[in-house]
Design a protein around this ligand. Structure first.
Ligand SMILES: Cc1ncc(COP(=O)(O)O)c(C=O)c1O
Length: 430
């Protein structure tokens, strides 16, 4: 496969963009590639690069593209919206429609604020939780990622882990001191922390973590987290930037039947355009300015193009429950097939999944938390990435990310993926 234009572009990019990319995982560095693929366009389940190569897309822009790229109805509404102007800095009717739609899907959300990214939404949710409780500290789980605001970049997953760091430089000690971390799934640790530390404002969690690879959550863990936080007057925040509108229309909270105090949204809520959101209990959300005195704002918050794409995407998902059924069925088929291939080739691998998300880990043992994920083989993951790329398939360029499939992926796409996976396992076996 000729990817020379990507190679040249990367050399150029490095002269003007740190590391040549605007988000670290895109550099393909952790899978030992010299340069990433530069994408020119996308359609349906496919990506096209600057050399004219076609790839099967197994990352779906890290989540938003649940309907595939350029889904006709979403594209149409965006074109229409652009004609009306692209940013006003004043309220619009569509923001109200989106907020009402989100409230219908997430009954725990009584009021919603839109942002431009998941990072901003998580940052603001923590701020309002602090204001509500009058307390300072936050608890997060090792390997969970909530964007790149200072207090949440402690033992964060995703791009940080990809480069073998768990924390970022440039964050003051006083900020990191207020962030307490615990292993995901370890409820005893949370009991211990909450028993000793009375200054905890919130616990923030990805209810199904997808930034240390995908981790399958026990309902009981979330249930106990809910009970403990309620007892201690600690705000429970579910970060559903990935799981919202993906694992079900109402996210992981609907799947598990657990009601958080605040929810963070992103990705699908903007249908592939820049967006984020946070919402929850009325008494907490009413602390936000101009009602209360917790500041949150944004020039592009509730941008009309993102909002129009979000309304259309969520409406399609809402009107067609068969989409979730199909995605769930498909993911189960993938898991079955992958497990059969693991057995056939006797390779040290396992697969974790949740509706339309999965991660193949190169270790025989089930991966249940960050420690397990770190122990899985980097070398085998790089072989996996390499062989997939050679066969025209883009999988996550890091063992710490999840695969995201879309409604538009076809039998032909999956057959292509499975036949490449056989080649991966054959190479690993050698
Ligand atoms: C669970 C989770 N929360 C927050 C974020 C941050 O969202 P954004 O990249 O839109 O800032 C991400 C990004 O991948 C995420 O996966």
């Amino acid at each position: 496969m000729n990817t020379n234009n990507s190679k040249i572009l990367f050399e150029e990019a490095k002269k003007s963009i740190p590391g040549g990319v605007n988000s670290p995982v895109r550099a393909f560095q952790s899978v030992k590639k010299d340069y990433p693929i530069f994408i020119k366009s996308a359609n349906g389940s496919k990506l096209y690069d600057e050399d004219g190569n076609e790839y099967l897309d197994m990352i779906g822009s890290w989540g938003p593209m649940i309907l595939g790229h350029n889904y006709p109805e979403v594209l149409e509404i965006v074109k229409e919206e652009i004609e009306n102007g692209t940013s006003f800095g004043l309220p619009t009717k569509k923001e109200v429609i989106l907020a009402e739609l989100v409230k219908e899907c997430f009954p725990s959300i009584k009021k919603l604020r839109l942002t431009t990214s998941g990072t901003e939404a998580a940052m603001a949710a923590v701020r309002v939780a602090r204001a509500y409780t009058g307390k300072n500290k936050i608890i997060k789980f090792e390997g969970c990622y909530h964007g790149h605001s200072d207090s949440l970049l402690v033992k964060a997953g995703s791009g940080l882990l990809t480069f073998e760091h768990q924390d970022s430089n440039g964050i003051t000690k006083s900020v990191t001191q207020d962030t307490i971390t615990a292993p995901f799934g370890d409820i005893e640790k949370i009991k211990e922390i909450l028993g000793n530390e009375k200054d905890v404002a919130c616990v923030i969690v990805e209810p199904i973590p997808a930034n240390m690879g995908l981790i399958e959550t026990e309902k009981e863990f979330l249930q106990q987290l809910r009970e403990l936080t309620a007892k201690e007057n600690v705000v429970l925040i579910f970060d559903e930037v990935i799981t919202g509108f993906r694992v079900t229309l109402g996210g992981a909270q609907k799947l598990y039947g657990i009601t958080p105090d605040l929810t963070i949204l992103g990705k699908i809520i903007g249908g592939g355009y820049p967006v984020g959101g946070f919402g929850g209990k009325e008494e907490i959300m009413n602390l936000i300015s101009p009602v209360g005195n917790v500041y949150h704002a944004g020039t592009l918050s509730g941008n009309p193009v993102s909002v129009a794409a979000g309304i259309k995407t969520i409406s399609i998902l809402k009107e067609n429950p068969k989409i979730y059924e199909a995605l769930e069925k498909r993911t189960k088929e993938i898991v079955e097939k992958v497990e059969k291939l693991i057995e056939k080739y006797d390779v040290p691998a396992s697969i974790n999944y949740a509706n339309s998300l999965f991660t193949i880990f190169f270790s025989k043992e089930k991966v249940e938390n960050l420690e397990d994920a770190i122990k899985t083989s980097d070398d085998f993951y790089s072989i996996y990435f390499d062989v997939m790329l050679e066969n025209g398939i883009i999988v996550p360029p890091s063992k710490y990310e999840a695969h995201f499939i879309s409604y538009i992926h076809s039998d032909e796409d999956y057959n292509k993926y499975f036949s490449a996976l056989e080649k991966v396992f054959q190479k690993i076996k050698k």
